[in-house]
Design a protein around this ligand. Structure first.
Ligand code: ADP
Ligand code: 5GP
Length: 186
């Protein structure tokens, strides 16, 4: 059986990572999305075990201590991390495993999993990023300000990733990602 691949999709909050991932999963049955653990409270409509594993601070700390996470980071006051065992078993089964994570965690993956393919999604502009964050309607003003401040730091390291994809027109961005994952340029 062929061994799968780890694919990391990163970029600032609001850039469209979740939208791109949903479209990719709908089109490609061989992709498996890793479900992260987080200490953040669920948003309306989010389900434990589907959107995230919603865990306490104590549980998250014990996951770190027991080496249960492939990477983790603090983001806007909460912890987020990738459970290692599900990723490993899906890769063993030949799947392409997608991580949709923020930039610090994605940078860690380079050290813990150097064979991963790492894609950075860029917004067409900071103005458009703010429009998207506000348009999503899921965060209060203070949280949006934190996410925009963080975005500036994140964009500064985008060149460290294997590929940079601008999510201006959604279909064009999807095409580029599909080329990288399934086309001849991998
Ligand atoms: P992220 O997962 O990176 O935080 P989301 O996927 O939640 O971002 O997208 C943030 C908002 O931007 C959503 O309202 C989404 O519908 C919108 N969006 C995503 N991609 C595009 C695009 N190419 N053009 C315009 N709006 C987009
Ligand atoms: P949100 O609170 O909007 O769901 O997520 C905030 C940020 O955390 C997003 O950029 C998202 O991609 C990132 N994120 C989600 N899961 C993980 C994870 O397991 N590890 C890391 N490092 N970031 C994550």
């Amino acid at each position: 059986m062929s061994i799968g691949q780890l694919i990391v999709l990163t970029g600032p909050s609001g850039v469209g990572k979740g939208t791109l991932v949903r479209a990719l999963l709908a089109r490609h049955g061989e992709l498996f999305l890793s479900i992260s653990a987080t200490t953040r409270a669920p948003r309306t409509g989010e389900t434990d075990g589907k959107d995230y594993f919603f865990v306490s601070q104590d549980r998250f700390q014990s996951m770190i201590a027991q080496d249960e996470l492939l990477e983790w980071a603090e983001y806007a006051g909460n912890y987020y991390g990738t459970p290692l065992s599900a990723v490993e078993s899906q890769i063993q089964q030949g799947k392409k495993v997608l991580l949709e994570i923020e930039v610090l965690g994605a940078s860690q993956v380079r050290k813990t999993y150097p064979q991963a393919l790492r894609l950075f999604i860029l917004p067409p502009s900071m103005e458009e990023l703010e429009v998207r964050l506000r348009g999503r309607g899921s965060d209060a003003d203070a949280a949006i300000a934190k996410r925009l401040a963080r975005a500036k730091e994140e964009l500064a390291v985008s060149h460290e990733f294997d590929y940079q994809i601008v999510n201006d027109d959604l279909e064009t961005a999807l095409d580029k990602i599909e080329q990288i994952l399934f086309g001849a340029i991998v």
